[in-house]
Write a protein that binds this ligand. Structure first.
Ligand SMILES: Nc1ncnc2c1ncn2[C@@H]1O[C@H](COP(=O)(O)OP(=O)(O)OP(=O)(O)O)[C@@H](O)[C@H]1O
Length: 500
């Protein structure tokens, strides 16, 4: 416990210059966005100002191997578009197309992938063409059909640009596909107007922005240039994850040689703020179960894709608000890594990363860990949901071995008086066990929560789910809005128990 506190507090940013004093003024001048490097300030104008107190910035990153890169997502495994892990097949060194993970946005006026000498610069008169299109309010940039792809078809294998007038469509080659993927959704920073700063972490400053041409609101995470590779890895992963409970990736910006991801704007704040807003939010048990189920489904999907989150906590769960209904979305994949269980050569010297209050005991002890470390972090979030207390060990009691002190937790007045069903409290405790194998995996957590949900959802608006078959792996669920096929949760539960 002392260790928890010592690690957390000693790693706080000492700079008084940036903490709580970030630039919140709306401006579209992006020239100063690389300042404050290395500081972990919490200067959100939308409720994140208390993150320092909440322990958010107490994340410790320490690599016992001396490098975090060993756990990076860009090693020898890659996610396919379908989300499967497959051996990576890098482009040949002689290829004129670098294995870029970035995509120029089709609305960009000019695109020049970084670190790619010899790569073509594609000039697209997008604004002229866009003038002929309506400006939809809510536009998925990846679905835009302005002639970017036509222009890209004009790029020859040697990188020269062929005039569209002379362009003859030809069958898609792997190189061409790679190039198209590389430049499809990269935008210029100047295409966006900064609305407000909504958050700040160790690696990035987070801005709500408006696309100047389409008016679409999104979020630009301006990385501070500390760890370009980490951002690239986050983008690599985010762009392959497609799930209603995972933050939706839109594209990337390149500025000052750095890659900055663009994502959907999630309008309901963080789970942390909802939990702690005791005055305004009664937080009925069915809503607690629903949000826990959302997060579990997002995490199940991530794990099914062979990845660990490693920084799961109540700050990194964002809430989509539609009317009175919230949906939880898992965000911040900056520390995500491949599950070592799925890597043939067992990797030792795993990085000790995460945010201390939520870090599993085996991670804090510097031992090997797997997906059950995420289960532990999730368990602490469930404890927060049950008790509405801070994850600080002074609030949610821990044992000497750094795991949840279950007896003391169950005796907290806030837990005794919690409206959560006993099975939900049991689940929180089981997820926070010291021994990893005693913690349930996310498929089991999802099953338990669906069961709980079906018996506690009377007062909630109906929320149909669709079950998706995913490459022969575990089932995924999607909001009704995404598909016509719906089945109710009880049906889902029956089918799940018979198939798993
Ligand atoms: N897409 C989004 N929509 C709304 N708010 C967001 C979004 N992304 C981030 N935020 C806000 O910005 C804060 C910081 O974002 P994020 O955690 O991704 O940054 P970070 O630098 O990676 O942080 P960390 O230090 O945890 O890695 C979040 O806690 C949240 O309040």
């Amino acid at each position: 416990m002392n260790f928890l506190r010592r690690v957390g507090r000693s790693s706080r940013s000492p700079s008084p210059l940036t903490r709580g004093s970030g630039n919140n003024s709306p401006t579209d001048d992006w020239s100063n966005t690389r300042s404050n490097t290395g500081n972990r300030s919490s200067s959100s104008s939308s409720g994140t100002a208390n993150r320092k107190k909440e322990g958010k910035e107490e994340r410790k990153e320490h690599s016992t191997s001396g490098s975090n890169m060993i756990d990076g997502v860009d090693d020898n495994l890659q996610l396919t578009e379908a989300g499967c892990l497959v051996p990576d097949t890098p482009l040949s060194p002689s290829s004129p197309v670098p294995p870029l993970s970035i995509k120029p946005h089709p609305l960009s006026s000019s695109v020049s992938p970084p670190n790619s000498p010899g790569s073509p610069t594609v000039t697209i008169s997008a604004s002229e063409k866009l003038c002929k299109k309506p400006h939809p309010r809510s536009l998925d940039m990846r679905k835009l059909s302005i002639p970017t792809s036509v222009s890209l078809d004009c790029i020859k294998h040697n990188g020269d640009y062929d005039s569209p007038a002379h362009h003859v469509p030809r069958p898609s080659s792997p190189l061409l596909s790679a190039l198209r993927e590389a430049v499809e959704s990269v935008s210029n920073m100047e295409d966006f107007e900064r609305i407000e700063k909504i958050g700040s972490g160790f690696f990035a400053e987070v801005y709500k922005v408006r696309h100047k041409l389409t008016d679409e609101i999104m979020v630009l995470k301006v990385n501070k240039g500390l760890t370009g590779t980490k951002t690239r890895q986050e983008v690599e992963l985010l762009k392959r994850l497609h799930h209603p409970n995972i933050l939706h990736y839109i594209g990337s910006c390149i500025h000052n040689g750095q890659l900055h991801p663009l994502t959907e704007f999630v309008n309901g704040g963080t789970l942390k703020s909802l939990i702690q807003d005791v005055e305004k939010n009664p937080f009925p048990p069915e809503q607690r179960i629903q949000l826990s189920l959302d997060m579990a489904m997002g995490m199940e999907y991530l794990h099914n894709n062979g990845m660990l989150h490693r920084d799961f906590n109540s700050h990194n769960c964002l809430l989509r608000k539609e009317g009175d209904r919230y949906t939880a979305v898992v965000a911040d994949f900056g520390l995500a890594t491949k599950n070592p269980n799925l890597i043939k050569k067992l990797r030792r010297n795993q990085s000790m990363v995460g945010t201390p209050y939520w870090m599993a005991p085996e991670v804090l002890h510097g031992k090997e860990y797997n997906e059950k470390a995420d289960t532990y972090s999730y368990g602490i979030v469930l404890c927060e949901i049950v008790s509405r207390k801070d994850a600080d060990p002074d609030e949610i009691p821990r044992s000497k071995n750094f795991s949840l002190d279950e007896t003391a937790f169950r005796e907290l007045p806030e837990v005794i008086s919690s409206p959560c069903p006993p099975a939900f409290i049991d689940l929180a405790c089981n997820c926070s066990k010291f021994v990893p194998v005693e913690r349930p995996g996310f498929p089991s957590i999802v099953r338990q929560l669906i069961q709980l949900h079906s018996s506690h959802s009377a007062s909630l608006p109906p929320r149909p789910f669709k079950r998706l078959s995913w490459q022969g792996h575990a089932h995924q669920y999607e909001d009704h809005a995404h598909n016509n096929e719906t089945i109710n949760l009880a049906e889902l539960l029956i089918k799940d128990t018979t198939t798993r």
